[in-house]
Ligand binder design. Sequence first.
Ligand SMILES: *Cc1c(COP(=O)(O)O)cnc(C)c1O
Length: 389
Amino acid sequence: MDFIDLAAQQKLILGQLEGNIKNVLNHGQYVMGPEIKVLEKKLASYVGVKHAIGCASGTDALLMALMAYGIGPGDAVFTTPFTFIATAEVIALLGATPVFVDIDPDTFNISPVKLEQAITALKTQNSSLYPLPVDQKEALVPKGIIPVDLFGLPADYDRIGAIAKEHNLFIIEDAAQSFGGDYYGKKACALGNIACTSFFPAKPLGCYGDGGMCFTGDDGLANVMESIRIHGKGDDKYDNIRIGINGRLDTLQAAILLAKFDIFPDEIEKRREAACQYNDLIEAVNGSLVTPKTPEGFGSAWAQYSLLAQDEKTRNTLMSNLKKQGIPTAIYYPKPLHMQTAFAGFGYCKGAFPVCEDCADRIFSLPMHPYLSLEVQQTIARGLVMPVE
Ligand SMILES: *Cc1c(COP(=O)(O)O)cnc(C)c1O
């Protein structure tokens, strides 16, 4: 059994994939070929924002977004510790400081209540109000928030937006997992000042390598990110006007994404059906497992289907029982970012973000993709019957 079945998808669109790849081989414009603009236009229109800027990965998308805001040393960017390393890595890479904020236990996304506490604590330099990074020589300047739409479920942007407005902070939506999700009628990737998604093969819309995209409705930010993507280019080919990166999306990956996008809306529907089916099946066999809830008005892209077990021991037993039956599982994420060695310099302690730490001990994810059959889901659910001591 596959954790993600990319082969089933490939079978459905093989003709289109081969045709699109062949077109690129024929025209030979491997870098910034015509497929890039076609894809950007299509995805911008799907998401409902003016600008889409293809780039080399989800990580580069986040980096380009922060660079567009000129983020650097002395700046604080608020984010969640319950995410993939890239979210906070790019903040630190630019010399800025990630200020972690605990999550909501029902959605696994950044808690708006705690976000407000963290902003107040930072502004008053009072870490008794909320855990702050230590050893900052000067007071940090709060600049922005990177909420993450974890597992495909958008964060609570109405509440986060109100806080951002009050404190004059930007919002960069980390939509690496949520392309295809929605929030009160708006699509994921349209929920911040800039949104960043990833086309890593395992994401809801994945290519056959690395890829990503930035989205924004702001002409100025779009212009700057297009420049940053190509070494800070200006209008004059030989005068680069800012420091940028080599952050382009490959033409071949854009061609592959165009073939995959044709069936993407249907795949999102299938993921949603599979998630509902999982909830029903699992609640029937094991009432002690917490199944994922989708709040009213939210729609998940179901990048992952994640459950909470009673405790770490039960989680590990369930996972090893499934493994014995050939059913793959994964833990996203076993180690919160504030506990990672790379961020040790920020001085966060164990216990700083108790909800996130508790989830990391109890969470695990089941196979999730659009081509899960009812029979396979039934087999997986049967493997989740509460183990007897
Ligand atoms: C995958 C992911 C990224 C990084 O995307 P890449 O394309 O792998 O660079 C960033 N944030 C989150 C939440 C992710 O899941």
